[in-house]
Design a protein around this ligand. Structure first.
Ligand code: C2E
Ligand code: CA
Ligand code: CA
Length: 452
């Protein structure tokens, strides 16, 4: 494509100038001005009888690493191939443009409602998922989508585009290859998430996130063997926010490290006062298992607190280890080298192949509450638990049954030979002071440190 600067000025006609101003030089697609123009045109055409139309944005997932890994020429090549595919498959009357970087947009005059927008998104998603040919290699990419329907999502170009961006942002937050059509509810949801994020960041800075502890007992004699640390956040404005909500939020927004560091520090400090033979079990989030710095971080926190790594167990989930197996494996190996033990949390809920249990180095399996709560009512759950117990015995793994809520469940698990249990039946999560009081009242030897 010829650039403006390459041309002798006298030979550039008004028309050509106009075309260039509306064209993305890399791909030859229209640019943002072209999009704005097309939208103004449709609105004008329909002034008498305003019918809806749709705009959409597609953003490539993880495009930056490709640029970094293969060079920007390869990146440009992919963008051109994307442009080519998009141009080939958009319907008559529609326009596809490229905005900055890896972001493309559509104006779809004949898409009037959500279902059609989603269908269009699915079609484009499919088209973009085929491998890209870079000469000596093929790469695959996915894309995330945000759509906005005129006039509900905005009557002016800027407002409409902003709505599509909000929808795209939500898609990105939910992971790869997602499609979102803007609605007022989605705008609300995004706003709430942003408020929650701000509050959470403040809570971490002001040290307002707390840790509670739940007993893990021996099923043979109900003796407490250790505690699982569970994050707690009670915000003055928002009230109680579940870790099931704020932990994933911190992961998405990229500050799980800061959150986890505070939590581990507090948990380890509290655990210093427990009997030496008791372990502290701490949940590691999946994002942390993709970060090569995690093992060093964990060990340095323990070092600063003065907590023996041999007393720490880290609970991780299957999805976390599947995510980026090499990094996860290295982190696990480094931590185990230092004496930390690894538990596989929520076992049975993932798509775990049992073979995986051998590939990764676990010390303990935690059977998910979903099976435990049905153990007395559902034969299948009982059989699954029996199978897990047999397998763990063969692999020399310890087993904890989670979510035990009554005597009959505890008795059944004990009978089946399950070594450890956890759940409301044995104790609900309690703060560090209540935990210490519990240990004193039950005459566990907390040593002198606890008295200090
Ligand atoms: P999880 O690791 O599976 O933790 C067990 C959850 O089950 C806890 O919920 C616990 O309070 C609850 N629970 C324990 N016993 C019973 C029972 O008998 N019945 C019922 N119905 N529930 C029981 P919680 O504290 O709301 O935590 C939810 C999830 O949030 C945790 O699931 C874990 O995935 C995550 N989480 C909590 N604290 C942390 C943390 O410090 N770091 C990270 N990364 N994740 C955390
Ligand atoms: Ca857990
Ligand atoms: Ca669990």
């Amino acid at each position: 494509m010829m650039m403006l600067a390459d041309m002798p000025l006298a030979s550039v006609s008004q028309n050509e100038l106009q075309t260039m101003a509306y064209t993305d030089p890399l791909t030859g697609l229209g640019n943002r001005y072209r999009m704005r123009d097309r939208i103004a045109q449709i609105s004008a055409e329909r002034a008498a009888d305003p019918a809806p139309f749709t705009i959409g944005i597609a953003n490539l997932d993880s495009f930056k690493p490709i640029n970094d890994l293969f060079g920007s020429a390869a990146g440009d090549e992919i963008l051109c191939q994307v442009a080519h595919r998009l141009k080939a498959c958009i319907p008559d009357g529609a326009v596809v443009t490229r905005h900055d970087g890896d972001e493309f947009a559509f104006v779809l005059p004949l898409v009037f409602e959500r279902a059609s927008a989603e269908k269009f998104g699915q079609m484009i998603r499919e088209v973009l998922s085929a491998p890209y040919d870079l000469g000596d290699r093929n790469v695959r990419l996915s894309a995330s989508f945000g759509f906005a329907i005129y006039p509900f999502a905005g009557e002016e170009f800027d407002e409409l585009l902003k709505s599509a961006e909000t929808a795209l942002y939500r898609s990105k937050r939910r992971g790869r290859s997602q499609i979102t059509v803007y609605s007022r509810e989605i705008a609300q949801e995004m706003k709430r998430a942003t408020q929650l994020e701000q509050a959470l960041r403040n809570a971490i800075i002001s040290d307002a996130i707390d840790v509670h502890f739940q007993t893990i007992v021996s099923l043979a004699n109900n003796q407490v063997l250790g505690f699982e640390a569970l994050a707690r956040w009670n915000d003055p404005d928002l009230g109680f926010v579940s870790p099931g909500v704020f932990v994933p939020l911190a992961e998405e927004r990229g500050f799980i490290d800061a959150l986890s560091e505070t939590l581990l520090r507090k948990a380890a400090e509290a655990a210093l006062s427990w009997p030496r033979e008791m372990f502290l079990s701490f949940n590691l989030s999946s994002a942390q298992l993709m970060d090569p710095g995690t093992s060093a971080n964990v060990l340095s926190i323990l070092g600063r607190v003065g907590f023996d790594p041999h007393r720490l167990e880290l609970e991780i989930t299957e999805t976390a280890v599947m995510g980026s197996a090499d990094t996860a494996n290295r982190i696990i190996a480094d931590l185990r080298q230092a004496g930390v033990r690894i538990s596989l949390d929520d076992f049975g809920t993932g798509q775990s192949s049992l073979g995986r249990l051998r590939d990764f180095m676990f010390d303990k399996i935690k059977i998910d509450r979903a099976f435990v709560s049905r153990i007395n009512s559902d034969r299948a759950s009982e059989h699954i638990i029996k199978a897990i117990l047999t397998m763990c015995e063969g692999l020399d793994l310890e087993v904890v049954a989670e979510g035990i809520e009554d005597y009959s469940e505890a008795a059944k698990l004990r009978m089946l030979g399950c070594g450890m249990g956890q759940g409301y039946y044995f104790g609900k999560p309690a703060d560090s002071i209540a935990t210490l009081r519990f240990l004193h009242e039950n005459e566990y030897d907390t040593g002198e440190r606890a008295m200090a």
